[in-house]
Design a binder for this molecule. Structure first.
Ligand code: BGC
Length: 642
């Protein structure tokens, strides 16, 4: 079983076990103000014998090994000329951190390693730094002596690390549409990455989700490429400012996959796209702008276009490298070549190298893939020229990342302290700007003297605010974990409690007191998910991926007869037609991240005004999807109607 699929099964079982244990089910209700961690974390320790983890390598050479001296001053092309076929093939693979050992790195000098850390809680940045430095020691003590590069998905801030802000997801950032702050978010993300030693970010995701039933809808800024482009460029620029190598993904058309064509049992994810020439041109133009900005890697999409998997769509990969002038690395997505048209993995490796893939992201089979590349060349099925081209691109990317001059990144100076106040402020502003009012029949402001009834399963859950790709691939909820998923910001309830203490209104959560209240704040949402596990036919707010308890909370609010403001915490425009009539106000919060609670409090206390607008159409039923009809269109905000 694919590791990601296996992890999802394990996580699901853990959540079921936790759910069965009542005492762990929910964090105790506390009205204490949230503790925002102060910026007390020290600067990263640079690798030296004393900081290197004791397990590996036991015989650390002293001083730490550097790039092989014969390469110094040479161009990528000249270095490639000095390399054996075996060495070059090793550069063309990227294995996962939990499979690829440092011993394997010293034996083979693989090109790259990527994260998957399924552990909660995640580890501190300094531990990542040591892990990555140890890989570098291993790579540089190999016969090849070429620095490796570490990759990770830092989509909404640094991921798989504890102690830093979780930014809103792309769907929020599209609604906020603040180009200047997007750049700043890129700088902050890049700055935090430098503390870990991860220099390659598999972001931005520039998918233009057309169907909200897709589980990756929230990874899209918008369904409109003209909204996506400036945001993606600004974020990318910010990352590059810190010397990070961005990796726009997924080339291309992943957002245009047709419902029902998903790979295997998936409804949509990794399925077959159907695009008009105009849509193709728009997507290519977006990638062209990123190439013109100087990106040095692009990830290929798991999806196909008109039946041809993008990983073997030679025409478009070639087009990217010739017509579009892309000189960087074409990276395959996670094990994606296994699903191409060849009968064996070897066939697929040979075919995909020939189609233009330069590096292969492989969970467990990185060594086999390397061997098949070697066999392919020895059997005359791949030209050495193609291999040289791939490795030259890889080395150029590593040079651009500064790894030949400074493989342990000792001279890096992150723009900000780790987890700075500034980082929290930027995330809070972006989250606030991303709230989109869908209906405003009354003033949502909570004022002194009010009794405010707060209910709904998303009201006191930090994990739900952050969504998937938060610490672990699928993310997780406080309710299932039995404690706070994310300690970097308050839940909505906690943030409102803090505001209530300051302003002088009262928060009530005891159902028996609902009749004594003036208003209801109803907070409903979706459970966290990622990739195909978020595909769903039924995207109603009480549907398949709805939080347990949404319906009960909706009924409680409706039966109270009180004015109700509904907040929706979800990764897509969920269907709310059956319930909206009983709500006075509706605010779409999407997945606002660790500052989401504070952002909601800012809006509901009048600290901030609404500035978010829909960046994807809002459908009143799934039947409207793909028909050109919708309930609310792109650009809508009920605040503009008032
Ligand atoms: C996803 C990519 C991601 C990669 C590494 C894949 O399954 O499609 O977006 O970058 O995993 O985590």
């Amino acid at each position: 079983m694919n590791y990601k699929r296996l992890v999802s099964v394990i996580l699901a079982s853990i959540f079921v076990l936790n759910a069965a244990s009542c005492s762990l089910r929910r964090p105790t209700e506390s009205t204490a103000a949230p503790e925002i961690p102060s910026n007390t974390i020290e600067a990263p320790t640079l690798p030296s014998e004393s900081t290197v983890e004791t397990t590996v390598p036991t015989a650390t050479p002293e001083p730490t090994p550097g790039v092989k001296p014969t390469y110094i001053g040479l161009s990528a092309e000249e270095i490639v000329e000095l390399m054996t076929l075996e060495e070059k093939a090793s550069q063309m693979v990227q294995g996962t951190n939990y499979n690829l050992s440092r011993d394997e790195m010293s034996a083979n000098c693989y090109g790259s390693v990527l994260s998957y850390d399924g552990n909660w809680p995640s580890i501190e940045y300094s531990r990542w730094h040591n892990i990555i430095s140890n890989y570098q020691i291993a790579a540089l003590s190999s016969d090849t002596g070429i620095p490796f590069i570490y990759g990770n998905d830092c989509l909404h801030g640094l991921n798989m690390v504890i102690g830093n802000t979780i930014f809103p997801h792309n769907i929020n950032l599209g609604a906020a549409n603040d180009v200047e702050l997007m750049r700043e978010m890129g700088v902050i993300t890049g700055s935090n990455m430098l503390y870990t030693g991860m220099l390659w970010n598999f972001a931005p995701c520039v998918a233009a989700a057309q169907d909200p039933r897709w589980g990756r809808t929230y990874e899209s800024y918008s369904s409109d490429n003209s909204i996506i482009e400036p945001l993606a460029l600004a974020f990318t620029e910010g990352l590059m400012d810190q010397g990070i190598i961005p990796c726009p993904k997924h080339f291309f058309g992943d957002g245009y996959v047709v419902f029902g064509t998903g790979e295997g049992d998936n409804l949509i994810d990794r399925g077959d796209a159907s695009m008009t020439q105009d849509q193709i041109d728009e997507c290519l133009a977006l990638y062209q702008s990123l190439i013109d900005l100087g990106v040095q890697s692009i990830m290929i999409s798991h999806s196909s276009l008109d039946g041809t998997k993008m990983h073997e769509y030679e025409f478009y990969i070639n087009y990217l490298k010739t017509e579009m002038g892309f000189e960087g690395v074409v990276l395959s997505d996670w094990d994606s070549i296994h699903n191409c048209s060849g009968e064996t993995l070897k066939d697929n490796v040979i075919h995909c190298v020939n189609c233009g893939i330069d590096m292969f992201m492989e969970e467990t089979t990185y060594e086999e893939v390397r061997d098949y590349i070697i066999e392919g060349v020895n059997e005359g099925l791949i030209s050495e020229e193609r291999i040289n081209d791939a490795v030259t691109r890889i080395l150029k990317m590593k040079m651009a990342a500064g790894l030949f001059e400074d493989p342990y990144q000792e001279s890096r100076t992150p723009a900000y302290d780790f987890n700075s106040d500034h980082e929290h402020e930027v995330a809070r502003t972006l989250a606030t700007e991303s709230m989109v009012p869908l209906k405003l029949n009354s003033d949502v402001t909570l004022t002194e003297g009010m009794r405010v009834f707060v209910t709904g399963p998303a009201s006191d859950d930090t994990g739900v605010l952050c969504g998937g790709w938060t610490y672990v691939w699928q993310g997780g909820s406080d309710a299932d974990l039995g404690m706070r998923w994310c300690a970097e910001g308050p839940s909505i309830l906690r943030a409102l409690q803090t505001a209530a203490d300051e302003i002088g209104f009262e928060i009530v959560t005891d159902e028996s007191e609902i009749d004594t209240c003036d208003v209801v704040i109803l907070v409903v949402g979706e459970m966290p998910y990622a990739e195909w596990l978020g595909d769903s036919e039924d995207i109603s707010i009480t549907g398949a991926l709805a939080l347990e308890g949404n319906l009960e909370a909706i009924e409680l609010a409706a039966n109270s007869g009180l004015p109700t403001t509904t907040l929706i915490v979800a990764g897509r425009n969920v269907i709310i037609s059956d319930y909206i009539d009983s709500w006075d106000n509706v605010i779409m919060c999407y997945l606002p991240g660790s500052e989401g609670g504070n952002a909601v409090a800012d809006i509901l206390t009048g600290n901030a005004t609404f500035s978010g607008h829909l960046a994807m159409p809002y459908y009143s039923s799934v039947d409207q999807i793909g028909t050109g009809r919708y309930w609310l269109g792109i650009g809508y905000s009920a605040a503009d109607e008032a």
